[in-house]
Design a protein around this ligand. Structure first.
Ligand SMILES: Cc1cc2nc3c(=O)[nH]c(=O)nc-3n(C[C@H](O)[C@H](O)[C@H](O)COP(=O)(O)O)c2cc1C
Length: 383
C-alpha cells in the first residue's frame, strides 16, 4: 500500500493534558508553536494544519512565524471567503507561497457558527455563505493562475465583483497552491466536486467516510474532475492497547458533566452539518464513546470540529489507517494531547509501520540509538 501523507496540527487554541480543564495545560506562544513545527518538520511529517476562527490565534500570522523555523514542512492555512476580499486573499497566498518556497496549502473554510461569523461581520446564512465561497474561489483561482493576462480577471457574480484581478507576484506552485476543503452539507460536497483539490472529512467511522467519498466522486465526475481525500483525526497510541485505552480515559478524567452539556449546547446552535454529524456520534454521552472499532469520540464531548481519535497500539492504529486508505484517503491530519510530546510518540511508534520517516533516519541519525553505557558500551539493538 502506498505511503500516506501525514500532517500534524498546530494547536493555536491552546493545548492541554486533561480535556476541558486547565490541569496540566500550557501556554501556546511563539516558542511553543515553533517547537511543535520544528518537531513535525524534523520527524518527517508532511505538513501542519493551522485552525481558524475566533478561538484561535490568527493562522496566517502564526504560519508566517514558522516559515524560517522549518525546511520542508507544508502549512495548511485557512481562508474564510467573506471575511476578506478575494484580492487580499490572493496577495497573501502568493506572498506566503513565495516566502516559503512553495509550502502553502489552503484550507477553504466556509464556517458553521453563525454567532462567530456575525461577530466577524458576516451575516450571510449557510446557503449564501456557500454561494459566496463558490464565487470567491473562482476569482481566487483565476487571479492566481494569471487568467486574463495583463488585463487581469473580470468577474461579476451574485455576491462578488472584481475588475482586473491579478497578482504581479505569482505563486511558486502552479497554477496555485492546492485547495483543501471540509464541509458535510450538500452545498459543501458540490463545491468540493467542482473546485477543490482535496476533500477533508473529520474522523467519522469508515462506512460514513466511504459514503462521503462516493458522493463527492460521483459529483466530481459530472464536472469531469477528480478529487483527492484526507481525514482529520486525533490519535492516542501507546505500546499496548490497554495503555492506549487507559490514556483515552485519562484524557477526560477531569471533565465534568456540566462542561460537556455546555459544549454540546453550543454545538447544537451551529448550522454546520459536519459539526452535527460529529456530535451525533456520541450524543453527549460518555458511556458509548467507541463509535467504531478503535475510533473514540471522547474528544468531541467538548472540542468543536475534529472530535474522534484512533486509539490503540501501533499495529492497531496503522491497520485502522490502512482501512481508511483502502477507501481512498491519502492524507491524515493527526494530533494528540499534548501536541509536542504526541508528535514524537506517533512518529516513533507508527511511522515505521507506514513506511514514513525513513529519510529522517537515513540522513539525520547515524546512531548510536539510545544512551551509551559505561563509557563505550553501545545500546543493545531491540526491535
Ligand atoms: C479537516 C477540517 C478542518 C476544518 N477547519 C476549520 C477551521 O479551522 N475553522 C472553522 O471554522 N471551520 C473548520 N472546518 C469546518 C468547515 O470548514 C465548514 O465550515 C463546516 O464543516 C460547515 O460546513 P457544512 O455545514 O457544510 O458541514 C473544518 C472542517 C474540516 C473537515
Amino acid at each position: 500500500m502506498s505511503t500516506p501523507n501525514v500532517f500534524w496540527f498546530i494547536p493555536t487554541h491552546g493545548d492541554s493534558r486533561y480535556l476541558g480543564t486547565s490541569k496540566g495545560a500550557r501556554p501556546v506562544d511563539a516558542d511553543y508553536t515553533r517547537q511543535i513545527a520544528v518537531a513535525a518538520d524534523t520527524l518527517g511529517y508532511d505538513g501542519v494544519l493551522l485552525p481558524t476562527g475566533r478561538s484561535c490565534e490568527d493562522a496566517w500570522v502564526v504560519a508566517s512565524s514558522l516559515i524560517h523555523a522549518t525546511r520542508k514542512l507544508k502549512f495548511l492555512v485557512a481562508i474564510r471567503p467573506g471575511l476578506s476580499t478575494p484580492g487580499l486573499s490572493v496577495r497573501m497566498a502568493s506572498t506566503f507561497d513565495r516566502l516559503s518556497n512553495g509550502r502553502l496549502l489552503i484550507n477553504v473554510v466556509t464556517g458553521g457558527d453563525q454567532a462567530e461569523l456575525e461577530a466577524d461581520g458576516v451575516f450571510a446564512d449557510h446557503e449564501t455563505r456557500y454561494e459566496i465561497s463558490d464565487e470567491f474561489i473562482r476569482i481566487w483561482r483565476a487571479a492566481l493562475a494569471g487568467e486574463g493576462g495583463d488585463e487581469g480577471y473580470h468577474f461579476s457574480g451574485k455576491h462578488l465583483t472584481v475588475k482586473g484581478a491579478r497578482t504581479l507576484y505569482p505563486p511558486v506552485q502552479k497554477p496555485y497552491p492546492p485547495l483543501y476543503f471540509g464541509g458535510s452539507s450538500d452545498a459543501a460536497h458540490e463545491l468540493a466536486a467542482e473546485q477543490m483539490d482535496v476533500y477533508l472529512t473529520w474522523g467519522e467511522p469508515p462506512a460514513a467516510v466511504a459514503a462521503k467519498i462516493a458522493d463527492i466522486r460521483a459529483r466530481a465526475a459530472k464536472h469531469g474532475r477528480t478529487v483527492k481525500f484526507g481525514i482529520r483525526l486525533h490519535v492516542i497510541v501507546r505500546e499496548t492497547n490497554e495503555e492506549a485505552w487507559a490514556a483515552a480515559d485519562k484524557l477526560i478524567s477531569h471533565l465534568d458533566d456540566a462542561t460537556i452539556a455546555k459544549a454540546q449546547a453550543a454545538f447544537a446552535k451551529m448550522d454546520s452539518v459536519g459539526q452535527r454529524r460529529m456530535a451525533a456520534l456520541h450524543g453527549g454521552r460518555r458511556d458509548k464513546l467507541e463509535v467504531s472499532p478503535n475510533l473514540w469520540a471522547g474528544v468531541g464531548l467538548v472540542r468543536g470540529g475534529a472530535g474522534t481519535a484512533l486509539v490503540g497500539d501501533p499495529e492497531t492504529v496503522a491497520a485502522r489507517m490502512r482501512e481508511y486508505q483502502d477507501l481512498g484517503i491519502e492524507t491524515f491530519i493527526l494530533s494528540g494531547y499534548p501536541h509536542l510530546e504526541e508528535s514524537y510518540r506517533f512518529a516513533e511508534l507508527v511511522f515505521p509501520l507506514l513506511g514514513k520517516g525513513k529519510e529522517h533516519g537515513e540522513h539525520s541519525i547515524t546512531g548510536p540509538f539510545g544512551e551509551v553505557m559505561a563509557v563505550d558500551i553501545l545500546p543493545k539493538k531491540v526491535a
